[in-house]
Design a protein around this ligand. Sequence first.
Ligand code: ATP
Ligand code: MG
Ligand code: FE
Length: 332
Amino acid sequence: VIILGIETSCDETSIAIVQDGHKILSNIVSSQIAIHKRFGGVVPEVASRKHVEVINVLLEEALNDAKLKLGDISAIAVTYGPGLIGSLLVGVAAAKAISFAKGIPLVGVNHIAGHIYANNLIKQLEFPLIALVVSGGHTELVYMEDHHKFEVLGMTRDDAAGEAYDKVARTLELPYPGGPYIDKLAKEGKATIELPRALMDNGYDFSFSGLKSAVINTMHNAKQRGEYIAKEDMAASFQEAVVDVLVSKTLKAVQEKQVKNLIVAGGVAANQGLRSRLKEKCEQLGIDLTIPPLELCTDNAAMIASAGYFSYLKGEWSNLELNGIAGLPLSP
Ligand code: ATP
Ligand code: MG
Ligand code: FE
């Protein structure tokens, strides 16, 4: 079974071809980061226009790379939410057009499910499992008993982890998106600054806005008093606070749900601090940990094709009424 994946939910346009849900035949990602950088964040209007400009070229590239024709494709999997509505619609319209013109089945995929299924590109998912989803817009702990069965145990009550990274990075005058820059700085600094760890021993929900404000206030007050705080130390302290909370809640979920398998998903899964702490803890506890390589943590269409493959097998197909849904939940 060969799935063509299409992803345009935010500022990456991506088309991929994946065989049997795990074998990547091609995965072309065109990032708009360079365009949005000067605005310090994604400008939705600009994002959708750019998707329109490149999507056809990417489709050809993806087919060429895989040495396939549209006639070889079993189904088209497309992200239909959550995300920026204008961006989502570009991918959905393209998918519907190809589906209609070539008579290829269509499968709508939830973007967060896609992030989770990036792990299936590395190692076949084994159930039951806990998935820690940490992306630009989401922070969720998910329990899965089987394919596409998502039980959300907890989520953020305010900012997502990636969002907090990007906002703290802006305070430290680092480029957008700031996650990778903080990650790099954190390695050079010491976690000496005291910062809050919200809801630490309190259920599975997260809250990162207090932590973000604490960083902003600490930097601001130091400046007013003419004191110097090394950016490296602030980055290290912030990262330690985030990792403490993420790892402690994730391990609690793994233990309470008595699962052996832990997978991590979303852009923040690229974080070296998070990866190394999870690796260390999981080795100690005998938990089977999977984290995708960096390029599969951030947005890409291979993960959408992988998630779509399992929907396709279950017969959960979409029709031409498929529409983009900006606030699509992971589990209804
Ligand atoms: P969502 O998936 O929730 O719709 P998104 O698609 O914009 O949001 P992703 O592409 O999954 O988010 O991830 C982007 C986020 O990951 C950004 O906030 C970015 O700063 C963060 N990020 C990327 N690399 C790292 C890193 N090494 N450390 C921390 N954060 C990182
Ligand atoms: Mg992005
Ligand atoms: Fe994403």
